[in-house]
Design a protein. Structure first.
Length: 136
């Protein structure tokens, strides 16, 4: 049950930015996947590998030889919500760029989209690498 809730928490930012993209910009999912198509596919595959990893090992970790399963709120946010936000920033880069950079009028819309994509992908790579290294 906790894995199901975690995956729902991972998908929640995707649903939010999908609705925001459709409502504010009239962009479907295929419209959002046009620019940097292979980078976005790479991010989706990386998150799918991450989900399989969580299904196999859970979000348990070993502390001083004792196996403890963490159910704290910080761990739920760390293991599930942050990768969901990073993936949403990669897939829905135009709405995320406008959502977080709406007050910066000196940058063009293309720059906001580029920055959202790059930051989302870099954070996703950093985050998954950090989680995989913690489990070793």
């Amino acid at each position: 049950m906790s894995t199901f809730l975690g995956i729902c928490l991972l998908i929640l930012p995707l649903i939010f930015f999908g609705i925001y993209s459709n409502h504010e910009f009239d962009l479907s999912l295929s419209d959002n996947l046009k620019k940097w198509k292979w980078g976005k596919y790479f991010a989706v595959i990386l998150v799918l590998i991450y989900i399989v990893y969580l299904l196999m090992y859970g979000h348990s970790y070993v502390v001083m030889g004792v196996d403890e399963t963490s159910t704290y709120l910080e761990d739920w946010v760390l293991y599930y919500l942050v990768p969901g936000l990073c993936l949403a920033a990669v897939i829905y880069s135009k709405p995320v760029g406008y959502f977080f950079g709406d007050n910066s009028s000196e940058f063009g819309s293309s720059i906001k989209e580029d920055v959202a994509f790059m930051l989302g992908l870099l954070w996703l790579l950093f985050f998954t690498w950090q989680i995989f290294l913690e489990s070793l």
